[in-house]
Design a protein around this ligand. Sequence first.
Ligand code: AMP
Length: 282
Amino acid sequence: MRVVKTIEELRSFIQDYKRNGETVGLVPTMGYLHEGHMSLVDQAKSYSTKVVMSIFVNPLQFGPNEDFERYPRNLEQDQAMAEERGVDILFTPEVSEMYPQKPKTTVRVTEVTDRLCGASRPGHFDGVGTVVSKLFNLVQPDYAFFGQKDAQQVAVIQQMVNDLNFPVKIVPCPIVREKDGLAMSSRNVYLSEEERGQALILNQALKEAEEAYHAGKSLAEVKNGMISLISSQPLAEIDYVEILSYPGLEPLDQWDGRAVLMALAVKFGNTRLIDNKIILES
Ligand code: AMP
């Protein structure tokens, strides 16, 4: 595995790949790797002959009062995990390499960003769209792999790729969970033991919502059921609980035969967790 810190070096390796007819899969991450990230690498290996993983905690996608500074980082451990899993290039640029100055050009995706995390975190998806565009230009991947854990991110990136004609196929990958159901996240390390215990309510609420849906409950009943179950945990502070059409992310008053995304964001102490479930069949 090659660990690459500069754009110049990255471009030169990518040129060699292209000359040799390799297909390239990109796995963008912010590091502090876990099995969720690794599942994207496994997918990438099954699609392409070379896998490039980026690790970059992108300041552009954090709000002023968010956790950019304290976001967990452990490059040494990440490097070992990536190498063991068969990543070919690990791109780990410094902020000054990606943004030698504050960019005057950014990418803004509208409408799909109006709700959910787009509404709670103003500017977040502009930061995501901008950094992912840069990575697409640098790595020129044939495929790029994104987790459904960040379902809105997948929708935003797919919209951006459609609108701007990036020659890349986006591959959404399923959510990987801990044995007890908590969706894996680098931010889970922030949780105290008590918070982590109560956070199990998120997956439980989504499971019960799916059951209620299949049992014929109305959309309002399902949504209220999730809200009251999550609120039963004293440390849980709901940011949003929403049920939207999928993949369009349009608001729904009732089930209308389209696939739906049940999505939630809940704070436990200072830690904001997100989770979701997609129900495809009507
Ligand atoms: P992050 O490092 O948190 O920005 O995540 C990098 C990529 O890994 C994104 O595409 C995430 O959606 C994906 N990812 C993070 N956690 C999980 C998970 N538990 N299951 C599947 N994919 C994940």
